[in-house]
Design a protein around this ligand. Structure first.
Ligand code: SF4
Length: 343
């Protein structure tokens, strides 16, 4: 492989970015917080800011690979379209591409039209704003076909940035931030070491909205177990009502080995909800929502089924539009509960 193709690709991105085959561009490595007790994503890794020069070099390498694929296509009479023949020809010329961690991702992105990009890893807003702006500008200039750029962010970091800086980052091309709310309950937030309380989530979320970002908030049904189910549901709805984000996404809690929450389950300190109790918690939370958000269940963990065997919720990335679809969602939950009457 020519050195021109060297770029890094991280592991994680939200499910919706997989659905749109987003280009994954790594601006930082791992998570600058890394204390959340349910999360294993970057636990063994150290956070690093990547120098702007390195990020730009990655973007240039992606452009070189995309450009060479196009040239192969033209040489083979494919009119610049990315064809299997062009891909095979380039791999024959640079066999090390078989072992490149990001080449397949880049090719899938090109094949899907090259429209969306996701900035990795866990909290890109931690970058000095001027570096983030320059990196975004370089990405958009290099790939003008990109019409949506998204990233993970932390509410606390956003709260610490000035509105002026956030607006400049938005203007440089960052369209959407995916925020890990998890819960709006202060007691539970402290237990999971999220590093922010409910008010901090509200401040960060509202500031992201005011800066013009599309805001996507993830919450975790079942995170408080039986012990905190009700307060988790009601305070999550309360905080989300204050933010009124564009998207509310459900990512049900699953204890992951080698995390503190897993150990708490094993020690009997956290009692997992049954599927029926999960649906009851969802019903409580959804019933208390007063938002104009899209409420989404776009994660495989939202697996509840009705007695007919179909999924209670669509896994569509655009989900249900509230308030119009609120009654429909509650009706679907009731259908799931009906199936689980005996459980
Ligand atoms: S902020 Fe996100 S990535 Fe970092 S530890 Fe918490 S959940 Fe994991």
């Amino acid at each position: 492989m020519t050195n021109d193709y060297h770029f890094e690709t991280g592991i994680y991105r939200p499910p919706s970015e997989g659905g749109s085959a987003s280009l994954l561009v790594r601006f930082t490595r791992n998570c600058p917080w890394n204390y959340c007790t349910f999360c294993s994503m970057y636990k063994t890794e150290k956070f690093e800011l990547r120098p702007l020069k390195e990020i730009k070099s990655d973007i240039n390498a992606m452009a070189a690979l995309a450009g060479d694929l196009k040239s192969e296509s033209i040489r083979l009479g494919g009119n610049g379209q990315i064809t299997q023949e062009a891909i095979h020809a380039l791999i024959n010329r640079s066999p090390d591409l078989n072992f490149h961690h990001g080449a397949d991702m880049l090719i899938q992105w090109l094949l899907s039209g090259g429209k969306t990009a996701f900035i990795q890893d866990g909290n890109s807003l931690i970058m000095p704003p001027k570096d983030l702006i320059q990196a975004l500008t370089h990405l958009k200039t290099t790939f003008p076909s990109i019409n949506r750029i998204t990233t993970y962010g932390r509410a606390r970091t956003i709260a610490q940035r000035s509105l002026e800086d956030l607006k400049a980052i938005r203007a440089a091309g960052l369209d959407r931030v995916h925020l890990g709310l998890e819960t709006g309950d202060d007691e539970l937030l402290k237990q999971i070491k999220k590093g922010v309380d409910g008010q901090g989530h509200i401040t960060g979320g509202q500031k992201a909205m005011a800066a013009g970002f599309q805001v996507s908030e993830y919450w975790m049904p079942g995170l408080g177990g039986k012990e905190m189910s009700e307060q988790h549901a009601l305070n999550t709805a309360r905080v989300l009502n204050e933010i009124n984000p564009h998207y509310i996404r459900s990512r049900p809690f699953r204890p992951i080995p080698d995390t503190q929450e897993y150990d708490r389950v094993q020690a009997g300190e956290l009692t997992l909800l049954t599927p029926k109790e999960q649906l009851l918690e969802l019903k409580l939370m959804i019933s208390a929502l007063e938002v104009t958000s899209k409420v989404c269940f776009d994660h495989a963990g939202n697996h509840w089924r009705t007695s007919k065997g179909d999924l209670v919720f669509t896994h569509d990335y655009e989900g249900y539009q509230f308030p119009e679809d609120k009654d429909k969602v509650i009706e679907r939950i009731d259908q799931g509960l009906n199936f689980r009457k005996k459980f």
